[in-house]
Ligand binder design. Structure first.
Ligand SMILES: [Zn+2]
Length: 321
C-alpha cells in the first residue's frame, strides 16, 4: 500500500538516446538496496531531434483538438516509443514531460503513447503502471500533494543584458511559455484549495538559478555565462509560493548545471543528464498539519551517477527493451 505521508520517486532527464545508460540504470535499480519507489518521472530530451525554431508553435500550443499537429519523422516517433516503453518496463507509473529535442508527438495530448489520456485525468492519479504525460496538466499524487507539468524549453541566452540568443528554444519563447504556464496555474486554482502543496515538473528550470547557469569558458569569465532557465517560470514559482507551498521545481535541460538550487523560497533540483549517468531519487514527506492544513516538503534528495559504460560498440541498442 502506498504511504499517505510520503512520496518517493526516481527522476531522470536528458537521455539523448544513450541506451547503455538506461541499461545501467536498470541494473542499478535491481542491485542497489533502496526504499520503495512510487514512480519514475522523466524530464524530456529522450532523443536528439533538432527542430526548426518555433515551427507552428501557436497553432499547436492552443491544444485545439481540431488542429492537426505537425508531422514528425516516423523514425523519431518509433524511437520515442521505444524509450518510453523501456521506462514503463520498470513497472512503476511513469510521469513524463517532453523536452526540446523530442518529437512533436511527445507534446500531443492525443498521442496513443499515453496509456492515460489527459481527457481521463480528473485530478487523481490512477493506480498501477501507466505512462502519463504531465505536459500542461495537474494531478494529485497524494492527498493535498499535486504535480504540475510543462515540457519544452525557451531560448538559451547570454546571462548578461542584452541577453543575446545562443541556442534556439523549442517550442517556446518566453511569451508562449508564460501563456502555457498560466493555463496550468489556472488548472491548479480550479482543482485545489490554496494550501495544498505543488511540485512543478518542467524541462527547463527557472532563470537566475544555479541549476540553469553554465559557463563553457575555461577561465569562467562572467560575460560568457549562459542562461538555460525561463524568466516566465521563475515568476510563476515566486508568485505562487507567496500564496501556498511549492515544495519543489525539478527539471533537466542544462546538463552541466546539476545540483540543488533555489528560486525565491522554492527548492530547485537538476539531476544532470542521464546521458552522463546522472539521476536523483527524491522523497517528499508530509510534515505538518492535519486535514486541510497538511503541508509537504522535500525531505531527501539523493544525487547518483552510474559508472561510465563501455558502449562504444552498441550505444544505440537496448539490451532489454
Ligand atoms: Zn533540453
Amino acid at each position: 500500500m502506498p504511504s499517505n505521508s510520503s512520496y518517493r520517486f526516481l527522476f531522470v532527464s536528458d537521455f539523448h538516446c544513450r541506451w547503455a545508460q538506461l541499461n545501467g540504470l536498470r541494473h542499478w535499480l535491481a542491485t542497489t538496496p533502496t526504499a520503495t519507489l512510487d514512480a519514475v518521472w522523466v524530464g524530456g530530451d529522450l532523443l536528439n531531434v533538432n527542430h526548426p525554431r518555433h515551427l507552428q508553435p501557436l497553432a499547436h500550443l492552443t491544444r485545439d483538438p481540431t488542429l492537426e499537429p505537425p508531422t514528425d519523422d516516423p523514425a523519431d516517433v518509433v524511437a520515442y516509443q521505444r524509450v518510453i516503453a523501456a521506462f514503463a518496463s520498470l513497472n512503476l507509473p511513469v510521469l513524463v514531460v517532453p523536452g526540446n529535442h523530442d518529437p512533436w508527438y511527445a507534446f500531443d495530448p492525443r498521442s496513443p503513447l499515453w496509456t492515460c489520456q489527459p481527457t481521463e485525468l480528473t485530478g487523481d492519479l490512477p493506480t498501477g503502471p501507466q505512462v502519463v504525460s504531465v505536459h500542461g496538466h495537474v494531478l494529485a499524487l497524494r492527498p493535498h500533494l499535486w504535480i504540475a507539468g510543462l515540457g519544452g524549453s525557451v531560448d538559451v541566452v547570454g546571462y548578461q543584458p542584452p541577453h543575446p540568443r545562443i541556442w534556439d528554444g523549442f517550442p517556446y519563447d518566453e511569451g508562449s511559455m508564460e501563456r502555457d504556464l498560466s493555463l496550468v496555474v489556472d488548472k491548479l486554482v480550479g482543482t485545489k484549495s490554496p494550501n495544498h502543496t505543488v511540485v512543478w515538473l518542467t524541462h527547463n528550470g527557472p532563470s537566475n538559478c544555479v541549476t540553469c547557469e553554465t559557463n563553457s569558458d575555461p577561465d569562467g569569465r562572467p560575460e560568457s555565462r549562459e542562461e538555460y532557465g525561463s524568466s516566465a517560470l521563475r515568476q510563476v514559482l515566486e508568485n505562487m509560493s507567496r500564496l501556498h507551498p511549492v515544495a519543489l521545481n525539478i527539471h533537466g535541460h542544462s546538463h552541466h548545471a546539476w545540483g540543488l538550487g533555489r528560486s525565491g523560497r522554492v527548492p530547485v533540483v537538476n539531476p544532470g543528464a542521464l546521458r552522463d549517468g546522472r539521476f536523483v531519487i527524491v522523497t517528499l514527506s508530509k510534515v505538518a498539519g492535519s486535514g486541510d492544513s497538511d503541508q509537504w516538503m522535500m525531505t531527501d534528495c539523493e544525487f547518483h551517477r552510474l559508472p561510465e559504460p563501455d558502449d562504444s560498440s552498441a550505444n544505440d541498442e537496448p539490451v532489454v527493451s
